[in-house]
Design a protein around this ligand. Structure first.
Ligand code: SAM
Length: 257
């Protein structure tokens, strides 16, 4: 998988790419990331990449010429792969979009700065727009890294554990079950006995139940779209009944009242 990142601050991405799973994926030729400094495609003496907005108002806008020149020089015209603009106005990024994008062998990511890019870049150069959430950052570099990171996890062989991404939250439609490691007891808090039992079928069932419970409590919206099997439904029904019983017990008048 290849990423071409266009930015005014490409150097801020490098340290993250030089560590851990991304570094290993690059060393194993599973991932290629090319960082392009948009400023290199300016043609004026002062290498200007931004200008004041027509119509007035504060802030600066990234000029279209060096962006078009950079993207077309690297990717051809029309561009040889999807060109994604990172913008708070794009479609909100999800694991599903990561899955969708991981099917492309190559993706270009365009990082904005200041007030963002001249609108003609959005209209005539980019093919997709992605937001990482409803908040505003100073630049598109963190969003670009976020996409690279989450998509790399989906490249077969990129994770140490080949099934590592399979149980990740959102991959199956549920939040992931809780994890524990050694020691089995810490400050008097014990790891659930089932995890120490060595019974793989029971562990699997416990993990599935915990994933269901966690999703029900934290993200019930995900459960609405999730296809439950018979055992899942039985488990959730039992939990619901337990909760109703415990509420009723709490509401029951005590002998003193
Ligand atoms: N004025 C713009 C607006 O209100 O939509 C925000 C510009 S922001 C200060 C500068 C750049 O940061 C954007 O062009 C974009 O590349 C990036 N950025 C900021 N927030 C983002 C988000 N939530 N998702 C993706 N990119 C974001």
């Amino acid at each position: 998988m290849r990423f071409d990142v266009f930015s005014l601050l490409p150097q801020v991405l490098q340290p993250y790419l030089d560590a851990s799973i991304l570094q290993r994926a690059i060393q194993n030729n599973l991932l290629e990331v090319y960082l392009h400094d948009i400023r290199s495609w300016t043609t004026d003496k002062h290498h200007v990449t931004d200008d004041t907005p027509f119509g007035g108002g504060g802030g600066m806008v990234m000029k279209p010429e060096p962006i078009f020149a950079a993207v077309e020089d690297v990717l051809g015209s029309p561009p040889a792969c999807p060109v994604i603009l990172l913008t708070p106005q794009g479609r909100t990024y999800t694991q599903q979009i990561a899955q969708e994008l991981s099917a492309h062998p190559r993706i270009a990511l365009l990082c904005g700065r200041y007030e963002g890019v001249d609108e003609r870049v959005r209209e005539h150069l980019v093919t997709d727009e992605i937001s990482i959430g409803d908040y505003v950052l100073t630049g598109g570099e963190i969003p670009a890294l976020l996409l690279i990171d989450s998509i790399t996890r989906l490249i077969p062989g990129a994770l140490g554990d080949p099934d590592g991404a399979q149980d990740d939250s959102f991959a199956s439609g549920l939040l992931e079950y809780p994890h524990y490691t050694r020691p089995a007891e810490f400050r008097g808090w014990r790891v659930p006995d089932v995890l120490l039992s060595g019974n793989h079928a029971k562990i699997e069932r416990w993990r599935r139940d915990q994933a269901l419970l966690r999703t029900l409590r934290r993200r019930p919206d995900l459960l609405e779209k999730f296809e439950l099997n018979k055992k899942d439904r039985e488990f959730l029904k039992k939990r619901e009944q337990e909760e109703v019983d415990s509420t009723n017990n709490n509401l029951r008048p005590t002998s003193e009242s």
